[in-house]
Design a protein around this ligand. Structure first.
Ligand code: SAH
Ligand code: MG
Length: 195
């Protein structure tokens, strides 16, 4: 993997305000993924491929990342980036709405990274639970959404997103098969391990 090119892609994404994974969030995930050595990761929300490219470092040697993105322009850029960095044999991009693509997938994943439309997190969770391996981990980024999720302020224009993020937290916390932590790194990270 060409780390210099990866750094250039990161800087460009930051300049263009593309919401890529934050350094502290990635550092936490690195700890879990290094231990897990996933053979297969599912990512919902590719953007320009930055997080997926970072995750390739933590894969088992023959591992694969499946990642879903609905914006055509971003898919195009992600494909170019992935080729330039030299990890095209490790990342498979699905182009389209994850709400439509997820039900067509039937792979088993060691890790799932949810990082797309906040209003769809409960649906993404349901699909992640259907495909996660018995030892797997489900991560959800932006789970605290600028602090809105834990505050009682609910007149915000993003209230549907906030309601669904709260629903996600409730479901992972109440599910007896999951062990969940909510961390205040980045924009909030939920980590749910299958018991
Ligand atoms: N994981 C990336 C950042 C993803 S940003 C990284 O850290 O580098 C969120 C992305 O999810 C955006 O590019 C957006 O277009 C995409 N997205 C949002 N809702 C989606 C959906 N329902 N299906 C597919 N992609 C979606
Ligand atoms: Mg994010």
């Amino acid at each position: 993997m060409n780390k210099e090119k990866l750094e250039q892609i990161k800087q460009k994404a930051l300049q263009e305000h593309i919401p890529i994974i934050m350094d502290d969030t990635l550092a936490v995930m690195e700890k879990y993924l290094t231990e897990l050595k996933p053979k297969r990761i599912l990512e919902i929300g590719t953007a320009v491929g930055y997080s997926a490219m970072c995750f390739t470092e933590f894969l088992a040697s023959d591992g694969i990342i499946d990642t879903i993105e609905r914006e055509e322009e971003r898919v195009k850029e992600a494909k170019e980036n992935i080729k330039n960095v030299g990890v095209e044999n490790k990342i498979c991009i699905y182009e389209g709405d994850a709400v439509e693509i997820l039900p067509t997938l039937n792979n088993k994943y060691d890790a799932v990274f949810i990082d797309a439309a906040k209003g769809k997190y409960p649906f993404f969770l349901k699909e992640a639970l259907r495909m996660i391996q018995p030892h797997g981990i489900i991560f959800a980024d932006n789970i605290l959404y600028k602090g809105y999720v834990l505050s009682d302020y609910n007149k915000h224009k993003q209230r549907t997103a906030v309601r669904n993020l709260r629903e996600y937290i409730k479901e992972v916390s109440e599910n007896p098969n999951l062990q969940t932590e909510i961390l205040e790194v980045g924009d909030g990270l939920a980590i749910s391990r299958i018991k």
